[in-house]
Write a protein that binds this ligand. Structure first.
Ligand SMILES: Cc1cc2nc3c(=O)[nH]c(=O)nc-3n(C[C@H](O)[C@H](O)[C@H](O)COP(=O)(O)OP(=O)(O)OC[C@H]3O[C@@H](n4cnc5c(N)ncnc54)[C@H](O)[C@@H]3O)c2cc1C
Length: 306
């Protein structure tokens, strides 16, 4: 049986040669060789048992997709992998494909809180756990109690949050594992106060971040005791541009697509910022964005010749 026939027999929707620039926040990158819409854990198990090269995307809000696209299988999670199931008054299993804004809205309707750390973070639950995403109101590790994932080969496993060794914008999943859902600890008391905090945070973000242009949010993590944006600005790079890729004049840790940027131009701008901040201040910035597709290991290295 051909690969496409096998995938169809699994009930998976397959879209060949599918544009990814329309799906990811930076609006750059080439096509997925095969884009798969996965709607059940059983489908995911079947696909992962095939042993094909695969990449999973959430909302692509932290993803730099290569201009040549993504070979193999690119997976998107939908259906039961976007469900929210309350198991007690203050705990819910939440699908990895569920959008964070939808999660917050669903909790509001249930009179629950707890997901405030994700206010204004445009990813999915899966992307947020993998990135330990967060804001000044907290991060994923504050509310995740356990996770479920599928391993390459198709085995489903549940582990407590401690197994992920959460750190700043970092979690450790077994190599190649795809997260299917997370058990979240929710809050039943003081919900109104938390909504007020969340709204205030969203207002601050609107005032300080270039939300009108495609970006991936913060391009770099903040080095200990400092801010990546402050260092990039001090290096004289605010507003610097390579082709259509620009270091935002509004917030120097946001690298924006002014309209016709390519992934190569964004990567070159990231290298430029790393090189200059290292040369001027001796600090090597760590990219927060994830590279998707056939990037070389040194794609974002400050030493890579342009
Ligand atoms: C305007 C803007 C503001 C932002 N603000 C913030 C912020 O305040 N705080 C913050 O932390 N981040 C912020 N981000 C970055 C981004 O939203 C987060 O990192 C988010 O958690 C990424 O989720 P995603 O679903 O889009 O993941 P993607 O970008 O699609 O993927 C990110 C990585 O996670 C992997 N992944 C995704 N889903 C799964 C899964 N189910 N199983 C295994 N691996 C998976 C992908 O393969 C990739 O390596 C911002 C981004 C934008 C565009």
């Amino acid at each position: 049986m051909s690969l496409d026939d096998t995938l169809t027999a699994l009930g998976v929707k397959v879209s060949p040669n599918q544009r990814l620039d329309r799906l990811v926040y930076w609006r750059v990158g080439g096509p997925a060789e095969r884009l798969l819409d996965i709607s059940t854990v059983a489908q995911l198990q079947g696909v992962m048992a095939l042993g094909e090269p695969m990449t999973v995307l959430g909302r692509g809000s932290n993803a730099l997709v290569h201009d040549d696209g993504v070979p193999g299988l690119t997976l998107r999670l939908g259906g039961e992998l976007c469900e929210l199931n309350l198991i007690s008054a203050d705990r819910a299993w939440v699908g990895a494909g569920l959008g964070l804004t939808v999660l917050i809205n669903r909790l509001d309707k249930l009179g629950l809180a707890g997901a405030e750390p994700f206010a204004g973070v445009p990813g999915t639950v899966g992307g947020a756990v993998v990135m330990n995403a967060g804001t000044t109101l907290g991060e994923a590790k504050d509310l995740v109690e356990a996770v479920e994932f599928v391993l390459p080969g198709g085995e489903v496993r549940q582990v407590p949050a401690e197994a992920l060794r959460f750190a700043y914008r970092h979690a450790e999943l077994p190599s190649g594992a795809i997260l299917t859902r997370a058990l979240l600890r929710l809050i039943t008391e003081g919900v109104e106060a938390r909504i007020t905090q969340r709204k205030a945070l969203l207002e601050r973000r609107k005032a300080t971040q270039p939300l009108d242009l495609p970006s991936c949010g913060s391009t770099f993590t903040n080095p200990p005791g400092d801010f990546a944006g402050r260092l990039i600005e001090a290096a004289g790079l605010k507003g610097a541009q390579i082709g259509g890729a620009q270091i935002s004049p509004k917030h120097a840790n946001f690298f924006v697509n002014t309209g016709d940027a390519t992934a190569a131009q964004l990567a070159a701008l990231i290298r430029l910022a790393r090189r200059e901040v290292l040369r001027q201040f001796g600090v090597l910035l760590t990219p927060e964005v994830r590279l998707i597709g056939p990037w070389p290991d040194d794609a974002l290295s400050p030493d890579r010749p342009d």
